[in-house]
Design a protein around this ligand. Sequence first.
Ligand code: NAD
Length: 492
Amino acid sequence: MFSIKTSKGPASFTRFVGPFINGKFQPSLSATPSRKALLNPCTEELLENVEEAGPEDVDAAVKSAQAALKGPWKTFSGRKRRNLLLDIAQAVEQNMWNLTVLEAACGKPLAEAKFDIEEVIECFRYFAGHADKLHGQNFATEDNHKSYTVRKPVGVCGLITAFNYPLVLAAWKIAPALACGNAIILKPAPQTPLSSLMLGELIAKHTDLPHGVFNVLPGGEAVGAAIVNHKDIHKCSFTGSGVAGRKVMAAAAHANLKKVTLELGGKSPLIVFADADLDQAVEDVFGAIFSNMGQNCCAGSRLFLEKGIEGDFLKKLKARVEKVKIGNTLDEAYDFGALVDRVQFERVMNFIEKAKKDGDSELLVGGKRHGEKGYFIEPTIFHNVKETAMIATDEIFGPVLSVMKPFSSLDEVLERANATPYGLASGVWTKDLSKAELCVQGLETGVTWVNCYNLCSSHLPFGGVKASGFGKDLGAEALEEYTTVKAVTIRI
Ligand code: NAD
């Protein structure tokens, strides 16, 4: 057992020794297994050691997944899959506290971690509703023929996730994949594998999912690459950086042309018009960039304010930022935590130090490490940012907001907001419905929020355009990612 102390009491866990394959934890099959020491980024203290998987484990997981697909899993009706997804949701709900603590131990405030686990439960329940409603269509084609389509599972799916919302990102892929009858090899991010491993344990203990349908392989790029290169895996759903996403797409094409979904990064614009409810907009903009310490693919990292409101808006935003309580997220007194590890901390600090020196912007607030232990960075705002500044063009993935020079017209702001290779999310604040709709039409992003931000719902398809990727997590659209369509014509 190992336990984690929090201000609300401890949480205890059985040890997750290594990969979860064929319904159980087992040591890695690799001849030279590596162990990853996971630290709490707020305290830099050891949380747990995890034995990472190697390519041999990918082979073993694929074999167990194939056996399950040919065996008991094949006979599960849509109704049985629906009930199974509901059982997973219930198991997560009954273990909400432990899962919340595992997520918070990655540097995320307890309240945000709890919200994440609630989203996981909702996601399994939403896709449970789809499991018994997958159907094809009938067509009137030739005389004396009947034509129709059937939807079939893709087979073995490799699901690779990023570190920032560990179990949420996993659930967004696991739930539709299981609803459609696939088998899964999940590879969580190397920094945050614990909640995914615990999900394996919960599924084995509390549900009738046949062994081999759900496998979890902790590890980094090497295991991810082995999954993408595997010829018997026919789908890869990937969430992560554009750099890795490009490698995944190339490797998938080379290996076996497997079906690919890419959920990549962003540089999301936030546009506030002078007629907006400014107090509400300040609160939303604060959340858009600083929730999860800016480690959010949708992070609203470029703020465009209409000319005339900058002074008032920034004064209020600065005051809001100065209210945050930075500290160990296992203590509920703190609402702003640490970056996930030293690598991310140093990456973000480099952006900040460069911006302080390059003369492309002015520092409004923050800009420093908080304390001397833990990977804490103060919420940071630069204003008067030039369009070409590195903090305006690159995804930082940390608590850094670039307030761009004010805009004078709708056309101008749309052009500037779209002047990025990315296209994940955008936010607009105005009371004028016509302006809002023109922004919705004009913004080149997969998601636009109006007078709110970061509201993801299982009902709605989520995913980017342009260099933010393609394909959808969530919504009925996600079912397309995990099924193939067969066309049938019968002469009668
Ligand atoms: P990352 O690209 O470093 O890693 C993501 C995952 O890919 C990890 O599991 C990693 O081990 C694996 N990986 C790395 N190289 C690989 C390769 N060649 N083949 C197969 N797998 C490989 O990203 P990260 O640092 O974990 O996450 C941050 C990035 O993720 C940001 O760019 C962020 O915007 C993006 N992200 C996107 C979404 C979305 O839904 N669009 C959601 C969350 C995060």
